[in-house]
Design a binder for this molecule. Structure first.
Ligand code: 76R
Length: 280
């Protein structure tokens, strides 16, 4: 059976909040010059103030994570990435922008709904130990114990970063959705778990070579949006984006099983600078 095991959860209070993780929303807006031109300077200035307040991650009631960036190309002008345990706290940003004096001038062009998760392919401590043995580390050696201990600590941090991510302080931002394909000749979901694990381990190793240059957050969207995952990348320099995406195309998991949606590249700015840049 390829189906992932799921635990029969005991009945719990119905809720829209995430208990072990956050809701995530990527929003893209285009500035409409016609709507902007219809605002007198006073209304436009008030709208700017309203927008700056809404985009301020430090304001009371702000979602736990809120990041603003300016988009390259005609797909959009402004990008927001928002995370919170409560999807309505996230949605309140969207509705407040729509309801603000600048609402008509900020035309939604794209959005992506997802939740944070720890991938089923992140090895458990036991699986990591097995891997070390296969790679030739003697389980009785101090090196084995040290490596296992280091992984135990790293795994806690990794889990936290996947479920409750902090944003890295890097200026280049990229988002795109993706699927694992289900074609008759190449169907990810008919592969046994062991094969998928093998491919994702190769993928993880190739990704880790970009440590310090690119940071990734994979959010899950199967059942929530039109693609299965959202891929969010932060890079220290723009060229690293091209390099990582190109490199990963050669991983078996990408080369044979992945398909991608539209790519959005943007540059992270504090809201006031983004608003100035967009000449709103
Ligand atoms: O979480 C971990 O760091 C463990 C290893 C790992 C997993 C399980 C990992 C590492 N990824 C995992 C899961 Mn990834 N990742 C992508 C893309 O270009 C492509 O092929 C697709 C887009 C990039 C660029 C990327 C980068 N990864 C996943 C999954 C979920 C699969 C599932 O659960 O079924 C997807 C869709 C996906 C796609 N990956 C890494 C990276 C990088 C840079 C790493 C190293 C991470 C690090 O060092 O912290």
């Amino acid at each position: 059976m390829n189906r992932p095991a799921h635990t029969a959860a005991p009945p719990s209070e119905p809720t829209i909040k995430m208990k072990d993780g956050w809701h995530c929303l990527h929003l893209y807006y285009r500035v409409c010059p016609t709507a902007l031109a219809q605002l007198d300077e006073k209304k436009r200035a008030a709208g700017r103030e309203e927008l700056l307040h809404l985009l301020d991650p430090a304001r009371a009631g702000a979602p736990l994570r809120l990041q603003t960036s300016v988009v390259s190309g005609h797909k959009a002008d402004l990008s927001l990435m928002i995370l919170d345990p409560d999807p309505l706290v996230i949605d309140a940003v969207r509705q407040s922008i729509r309801n603000s004096a600048l609402g008509a001038a900020l035309v939604p062009t794209y959005s992506f709904v997802s939740i944070t998760e720890v991938s089923e392919y992140v090895p458990t401590l036991e699986q990591y130990g097995e891997r070390l043995k296969l790679e030739g580390t003697d389980p009785a050696s101090p090196a084995f114990a040290a490596k296992l201990k280091a992984y135990e600590e790293r795994e806690v941090m990794m889990r936290k970063q996947r479920l409750f991510p902090d944003f890295p302080d890097w200026p280049v931002f990229c988002f795109y959705p993706m699927n694992k394909i289900r074609h008759p000749h190449a169907n990810w979901y008919t592969q046994p778990f062991s094969r998928r694990m093998e491919m994702m381990t190769e993928h993880g190793k190739s990704g880790m070579k970009f440590g310090g240059r690119v940071s990734q957050l994979i959010t899950a969207s199967t059942g929530l949006d039109d693609w299965e995952w959202g891929v969010t990348l932060w890079a220290r320099e723009p060229a690293f984006l091209k390099e990582i995406v190109y490199t990963m195309r050669f991983d078996e998991a990408s080369a044979n099983y992945a398909e991608f949606g539209p790519f959005y590249v943007s540059y992270i700015l504090p809201p006031a600078e983004a608003v100035r840049h967009l000449k709103i």
